[in-house]
Design a protein around this ligand. Sequence first.
Ligand SMILES: C[S@@+](CC[C@H](N)C(=O)[O-])C[C@H]1O[C@@H](n2cnc3c(N)ncnc32)[C@H](O)[C@@H]1O
Length: 234
Amino acid sequence: MNVEFFPVSRLRRLAERVAKRLGLARVAGLSTGSVESAYARWAPVYDWVFTAPLVFGQRAAAREANRLSGELVEVGVGTGLSLPLYGENLTVTGIDLSKPMLERARERVRRKKLKNVATLRAMDASEMDFDAARFDIATVMYVMTVVPDPSAVLKELERVVKPGGTVIIVNHFAADKGLLALIERGLARFASTLGWDPLFRRETVLDNTSMELVREERLGPLGLFTMMVFRRQA
Ligand SMILES: C[S@@+](CC[C@H](N)C(=O)[O-])C[C@H]1O[C@@H](n2cnc3c(N)ncnc32)[C@H](O)[C@@H]1O
């Protein structure tokens, strides 16, 4: 007889049902429509929940971008938390799949009178409506783990960024060893509930791009996030 003293599977099923009702079901692997409805639910509370944990990566990416100048596209701009961090040497375009998230970003631009933000547009990062080589810089923060097809997004980044241009990706990547790796493996069974994949590997990015990785930096909090800076081959 199989006696389950600690009903993990039942708890997991319950957590998944609650997450589904709240629209927090796993984003990776879902359709574009599911991502849109999940972020429509996140939009009103997103800043409250995510400002503190995500600020390290946003600051690091903006600092990196601010060393350069020209046209920047922020892919998956969300509620625009990072928009006030860009310098006036950059003309910023933001895109996101979620209109409610973009509406918050527009409010932020109005409220903070951000003159360097040129456009915020609803657009799928895996099929961008921009000419090739349109931008000098692209920033992609906390997006790769939630898009249905990361390799398609990487191809589009290479297409829309000019030869010699810069692509800055900030994300959580699975640890190879140590306590963090153990925790991530434990969390992986709850991936659908968490809304992101704790086992998303940096190789998923590296193996799907021909851009040159010029720098990689671990970021806070607790080194959980990584910034990768790529240069598109001239
Ligand atoms: C975790 S949020 C990160 C938002 C923002 N980068 C930040 O740092 O706060 C992920 C964002 O990616 C957007 N997103 C997901 N899939 C997308 C896609 N295929 N194209 C464009 N945006 C997408 C979501 O709508 C959401 O706003």
